[in-house]
Ligand binder design. Structure first.
Ligand code: SF4
Length: 369
């Protein structure tokens, strides 16, 4: 589906400007239309009552605005909210809204399903259904403003379903839509792209001039261990990912889902410190979300705290995250899995089980810098 919402603001302005001129509309109409795409969105042009009725009707015919249908919404006792969006073709993806003080972090999806099959991840069990279009990615934020209890996320993290750097063309445009002041206007430092380390995508992201944040789903400190958890290690081995991170030359976060007896041993701690310290990385330690895997077990909270303290003793900034939304299966993919099971389909977790942690990609216990 090609839609005006798939275009960066400048291109959308050019298209709509030409169309208005062809209709003989005054030029100022453009300044009325554009905010309705992203800044003060409407579900359909007919809702933009500041416009003449005839123009609204013509806009709905010529430039229909697609949307995502909220099929299921679950709220956790801790305030975390999980949304299952139905896409126009019937597929479905998830977002998770994590409120924390004045911060409202929205974890968004970039693919329906994911081809990478990480061992701890429910989404990986689905395989890839398809890439999302740019508008479908950015619309996860747009739709939040269209809900009755209109919410504007302050932070966005690409830690929902899918590997964003395997869908770079759409994610590239979606980053513009999220960040551009004439679109959603979220500061680049408040937008985190999380990746397992897709090297061509990392190179493309590094070329963007904006200071988007980078999180790398590490989950293992050695190639040998990572290979047992993340098949992508075969294609893009850890040493090459670490080299790409070094070239990236921006502060990076290492996401590390803690799995009891698998990657939480003393030797793992020492190995992780050896790679995180020279990279200057902040390490987010995240308890494995129950439900991502039948055989893997979360590391107990006390061990995670000790692991974080051990990293800090070795000169690595490390944060032990809380699990959020445990009562609503808030790891991405889990709501969809649950729905599929109800509907008799096969089942689907997050891009690294990561978005259950609030404030990913920043210092949790310190102000954003
Ligand atoms: S953790 Fe991320 S990359 Fe791995 S299978 Fe899940 S969604 Fe895909």
């Amino acid at each position: 589906m090609t839609t005006i919402l798939d275009l960066p603001p400048d291109a959308a302005a050019a298209e709509l400007g030409t169309w208005l001129a062809q209709r003989g509309e005054p030029a100022y109409r453009l300044t009325q239309l554009l905010p309705r795409l992203w800044q003060r969105p409407v579900r359909r042009w007919s809702d933009a009552t500041e416009l003449p009725a005839a123009l609204r009707g013509a806009l709905d015919d010529a430039w229909p605005l697609p949307g995502l249908e909220p099929e299921a919404v679950e709220r956790s006792a801790d305030g975390t909210e999980k949304l299952l969006w139905r896409l126009p073709d019937g597929d479905a993806v998830e977002s998770v809204l994590i409120p924390e003080g004045a911060r409202r972090t929205l974890c968004i999806s970039s693919q329906a399903g994911c081809p990478l099959r990480c061992a701890f991840c429910a989404t990986g069990t689905m395989g890839l259904h398809r890439n999302l279009a740019a508008w479908e990615i950015a619309a996860q934020v747009r739709e939040m403003a269209l809900r009755p209890e209109s919410v504007k996320p302050t932070n966005v993290v690409f830690m929902g379903m899918g590997e964003p750097l395997l869908n770079w063309a759409a994610v590239d445009t979606a980053l513009t839509l999220l960040n551009h002041p004439a679109a959603l206007g979220i500061g680049a430092r408040h937008i985190t792209v999380s990746t397992v380390g897709i090297l061509p995508g990392l190179a493309a992201l590094a070329k963007r001039p904006e200071q988007f944040r980078l999180a790398v789903s590490l989950h293992a400190p050695t190639s040998a261990l990572r290979l047992t958890l993340m098949p992508i290690e075969k294609r893009y081995p850890l040493p090459r990912v670490l080299e790409a991170v070094r070239v990236f030359r921006r502060r990076v976060t290492f996401e590390y889902v803690m799995i009891e007896g698998v990657n939480d041993r003393e030797e793992d701690l020492a190995a992780l410190a050896r790679i995180a310290r020279p990279a200057g990385a902040l390490v987010n330690l995240i308890p494995l979300h129950p439900g991502g895997s039948a055989t893997l077990v979360p590391t107990p909270a006390r061990r995670i705290a000790a692991f974080a303290a051990g990293l800090r003793r070795r000169g690595v900034e490390a944060v032990a995250r809380r699990s959020r939304g445990l009562d609503i299966a808030a790891a991405c993919g889990q709501l969809r899995v649950a729905r599929q099971e109800v509907d008799g389909e096969v089942a689907a977790q997050p891009h690294g089980g990561v978005h259950q942690a609030a404030g990913v990609g920043r210092r949790a216990d310190h102000p954003h810098t």
